[in-house]
Each structure stands twice: as structure tokens, then as C-alpha cells.
Design a protein around this ligand. Structure first.
Ligand SMILES: [Fe+2]
Length: 407
């Protein structure tokens, strides 16, 4: 019947309008200015890389707890064998503060060094990024708060060697600092803040304890997922994000339970860096937006908060990007091809992984939450720059619902 084809056409049109709107149709710029070297034993390339860059006096920035690790000794031994006049700054702390960072920068004679090697987690790499800026342009770190405040390339190569698989700071332009006076966090970002070279060596991550593995691994998964569904996702970022989701999803439990499983560590490291390559270009969303006030109010780790809100945030976004959320569920293997998918089934299974299997469950009441905090949580979430990238407009009710899911 002629009418039939019309109906089919209408149905097709309806279905077409129900697909995820931003799927790969937007104009995009893709930026990856950091050279990425990956593999077990990749740290052995560091002296050669410095020689190529014509550097002979690197400053190694690290957390002093890492200095005794085999991987760290290997780096310094190789530098000594190559006649590099390196020095070590072991005072990089977790979540660097403006005061702590300023004191550290003042103690160092930054003009002495022609390169910086950061060996550590995201906080160490962020500290190294900050020191590079101060070494070249002076001033205090707050002068560079925001995006694009670094005027020119620093001319000081930064080699970033992550020891956790999470923040992706080794390939990102961001460096996060805490302003204790204002009780806020701020980021220094922009084209001239990317590390010059990221050296991801899975052997450097085997010493991570299970909780850190879970928290940093879930943070990386959230980077991949949020950048995949972001309003700014592109054909290229989606490739990186989906690959990151697949690798992290298939190995996070193994890495958590058996930290010495080098294959799982390698997949997690690849996943974390791939996730940030996507994130740098496509940005983050609701999880990271709500994590800003929740971490500030209750002092909880960033990755843990991002993780425990992820199931609810995905269900919230499933109304707007249903196909993408279903794809994430299928790639994670949480809803098999034979099963009927629903957003709530996915939410339930993802929550089981994060809360129970990885032991990251949060009950805000235990950290001092009261209903009166909702106002600050809503304000902080909507005020976060990440909230603008979320595919579904973030409503105050949505924020309260997510908060109440972890009360
Ligand atoms: Fe994060």
C-alpha cells in the first residue's frame, strides 16, 4: 500500500530524530601536541630523549615516597650513566596548594635546569607543569589561573612519567591547584601547558595499592565516558574514548585484585591515557561538575566521587544520548548482546561494579552531609565549567537526585 511506505517513512523519521543528536556530525579540532611513548621498559628511553632535546640538566619532580621504588632508581641510574647532571625535588604533594607550591618554587633555583621530568601521579605532574611555567615566566601560580594565561611556549621540555593510571595529566594541558585562602580549586590550562613527552611505562604502576588503583582507574573510566557523550565529542575523540572504555572496563577488576598483573596494568595505563586524549579535546560533564562541590565539602577523593555518581549521571543522560549510553553498556559487557538493554539495568550493574566490587561506595551522611548542603552542591555544580559540556542540560532537580543517590 502506498500509505504503508509513508508510515514507514514517518517511523524512520521519528527514529532518526530520536538518535543521539551530536553523533559525529560536528566540526572539530583535534589537538595532541604531546609525543606519547608507551611500553614496558619505556622509561629507559628517557636519557636518549633528553639528548635529542639537547638537555643535560633535568630536574626530577616527584613525591618522596616514590624515590625508593625500583622504577625511580632505574631512571636516575640511567641518567647518571648518561652523564646527566640531574637533581631531585621530592616535595611534590598530593593536591598541590598555592602556598605549598609557592614555597617549593621559591626554594628551587629553577634557572639551573633545562628540562623537567615528572615521575608520579597527577599531582606530581601538575606540580611539574606549574614549576615549568614559573621557571620561564616568574610570578606566582595564581597569575596563570584559567585558560591560555601562559603567554608563550616555555622552551623547557617536560617529560611526564605517570605512576598511576588515572588523571591522564601526562597528555593534558591542565594542572589543578588548591587555593586554600579562597577554599577553591583552579586549573592552569592552555596550549603551552601540555607535557612535551609522555612516557607511559606500565611497570611504573605496579606499586599502586588497590584503593588507588580503583579510584584512579574509575576516574579514567569517567573521563572516557564523559568525553564520549560530551557535546564536544567528535569522530576522532569517540575513537579514543571507546577504546579507553573497552580496555579499562575489561581490566579494572583484575588490576584492583592483582596489582602485579602487568598485562592488566598495561591495559589500564593505555586506557587512562587514551581517555585523556579524548577528554582534552571533548571535555567532561556532569560527574566532574558535581565532583567539584562534593570533594570540596566532604574531602573525598576526586576519582571516588566521580565514580559513585557515574551510574546516576548516565541514566540522567540516557534520555538525550540513548544510543551512546547503550553502547557504553555493551562495550563494558554489562548488558550482553542477548539481553534487552534498559538504562536502569545498566545503572544497577555499573553501581555494583563501582560500589561493591571495587569497594568505592560513598555515604555522604558519614561525611557530615545534611540537606542544607544541597544549595551549595547545586550552586557549585552549575558554576563548574564542566557542566556546560554535559549532553543534557543539568537541572537543580537532577543534581539533588544524584546527590541523594549517595546520601
Ligand atoms: Fe577526573
Amino acid at each position: 500500500m502506498p500509505g504503508d511506505s509513508k508510515i514507514h517513512h514517518c517511523l524512520y523519521f521519528l527514529r532518526a530524530t530520536q538518535t543521539d543528536k551530536q553523533e559525529s556530525l560536528n566540526m572539530f579540532t583535534f589537538n595532541l601536541p604531546t609525543t606519547w611513548i608507551h611500553g614496558i621498559g619505556a622509561i629507559q628511553k628517557i636519557p636518549g630523549l633528553l639528548q635529542e632535546l639537547h638537555c643535560t640538566s633535568p630536574l626530577i619532580v616527584t613525591d618522596r615516597r616514590l624515590i625508593d621504588l625500583e622504577g625511580f632508581s632505574r631512571i636516575t641510574r640511567d641518567l647518571a650513566d648518561s652523564h646527566m647532571g640531574y637533581e631531585i625535588f621530592g616535595g611534590a604533594t598530593k593536591e598541590p596548594t598555592v602556598t605549598g607550591f609557592t614555597e617549593a618554587a621559591a626554594k628551587l633555583d629553577l634557572k639551573k635546569y633545562d628540562a623537567i621530568i615528572a615521575v608520579g601521579g597527577g599531582s606530581v605532574i601538575d606540580t611539574a607543569k606549574g614549576l615549568r611555567v614559573i621557571a620561564r615566566f616568574g610570578g606566582v601560580i595564581t597569575d596563570y589561573a584559567g585558560f591560555g594565561k601562559i603567554p608563550r611556549p616555555t622552551g623547557i621540555p617536560l617529560i611526564a612519567v605517570p605512576t598511576t593510571s588515572g588523571t591522564g595529566s601526562e597528555v593534558s594541558d591542565g594542572a589543578v591547584f588548591t587555593d586554600e585562602a579562597k577554599k577553591t580549586k583552579f586549573a592552569v590550562g592552555g596550549l603551552y601547558n601540555f607535557p612535551t613527552i609522555a612516557v607511559t611505562d606500565p611497570a611504573m604502576t605496579v606499586s599502586m595499592p588497590p584503593f588507588v588503583t580503583a579510584v584512579s582507574g574509575i576516574d579514567a573510566l569517567v573521563h572516557a565516558v564523559e568525553s564520549y557523550i560530551s557535546k564536544h565529542a567528535s569522530t576522532v575523540t569517540e575513537l579514543f574514548a571507546l577504546e579507553a572504555i573497552r580496555r579499562i572496563g575489561s581490566t579494572i577488576e583484575t588490576a584492583f585484585r592483582n596489582g602485579s598483573d602487568i598485562e592488566a596494568r598495561e591495559q589500564m595505563q593505555l586506557g587512562a591515557t587514551l581517555a585523556m586524549v579524548s577528554t582534552v579535546n571533548a571535555k567532561l560533564g556532569f560527574c566532574h561538575a558535581i565532583a567539584m562541590p562534593l570533594c570540596a565539602l566532604y574531602g573525598l577523593p576526586h576519582g571516588q566521587v566521580c565514580g559513585v555518581v557515574l551510574p546516576g549521571v548516565l541514566e540522567y543522560n540516557a534520555d538525550v544520548v540513548p544510543k551512546k549510553v547503550e553502547k557504553i553498556a555493551r562495550i563494558l559487557g554489562m548488558v550482553s548482546q542477548d539481553e534487552t538493554y534498559t538504562a536502569s539495568l545498566f545503572r544497577q550493574r555499573l553501581q555494583e561494579l563501582i560500589d561493591e566490587k571495587l569497594g568505592l561506595k560513598v555515604r555522604l551522611m558519614e561525611h557530615g552531609y545534611t540537606e542544607a548542603d544541597n544549595e551549595a552542591i547545586v550552586k557549585g555544580t552549575l558554576g563548574s565549567f564542566q557542566s556546560q559540556n554535559n549532553p543534557r542540560t543539568i537541572s537543580p532537580e537532577g543534581i539533588i537526585n544524584i546527590t541523594e543517590s549517595i546520601v
